[in-house]
Design a protein around this ligand. Structure first.
Ligand code: GRF
Length: 208
């Protein structure tokens, strides 16, 4: 049984999609051990409580320096023997010590088709603003492993979503969540939990 830690900063609709997928059997062989947030007010923590799993606050604000926060986050994962870390709208840079220890065991959902509209500063609504400014007709979402760069790790799964005339960043964000993020994040977790994801350098293959 794969032990998951889901890291969140905000509303937690992706977290909810994971919980629902576990409950409905679309994710097998995995359970959420803890939900960790840097943000005390994150609604995602409420979702975790309602679901009945641990809701843990690990905030940089509560530590004297960044190094102390980094170590606390790493310890929280290690203490719980986490197998897979899922970044589901986590707005904190994951510490290098965590990335090194959890190589190819951290995944992130990004709301565009990487390598478009990603990288430093490209998060949240900015992603969709940039996509609309550029006039793309298709956007979507990407699940990738996390390395020390920003949105540069091996790509596991992508799903395209049509941009419609008259879209606003909010409308596009919502459609990408509904049609892509809430689909491919649980699907990826299920594949990993069932041993079907193979990483070779920057290339990911899915076993039948
Ligand atoms: C999603 O758009 C996700 O792709 C991005 O942050 C947002 C999180 O939304 N990384 P939620 O907290 O899961 O509702």
């Amino acid at each position: 049984m794969l032990k998951l830690a889901v890291l969140v900063s905000g509303g937690g609709t992706n977290l909810q999609a994971i919980m629902d997928a576990i409950d409905s059997g679309r994710i097998t062989n995995a359970r959420i051990v803890t939900v960790i947030s840097n943000n005390e007010g994150a609604y995602a923590l409420k979702r975790a409580e309602a679901y009945g799993c641990e809701a843990l606050l690990v905030s940089p604000k509560d530590y004297p320096c960044r190094e102390a926060f980094n170590e606390a986050l790493l310890a929280a994962l290690n203490d719980r023997h986490i197998d897979l870390v899922v970044l589901a709208g986590y707005l904190v840079v994951v510490p290098p010590c965590v990335i090194r220890q959890y190589e190819n065991r951290i995944i992130n959902i990004h709301p565009s088709l990487i390598p478009s509209f990603c990288g430093t500063g490209c998060y949240g609504l900015h992603v969709h603003e940039k996509a609309l400014e550029r006039g793309v007709k298709i956007s979507g979402a990407t699940v990738h492993f996390v390395d020390e760069g920003t949105d540069t790790g091996p790509i596991i799964m992508q799903k395209a979503v049509a941009v419609r005339q008259g879209d606003t960043p909010d409308l596009l964000q919502r459609r990408i969540m509904e049609e892509a993020e809430w689909v491919i994040l649980p699907e990826t977790i299920n594949l990993i939990a069932n041993g079907r994801v193979h990483v070779d350098g920057r290339l990911v293959s899915i076993k039948d």
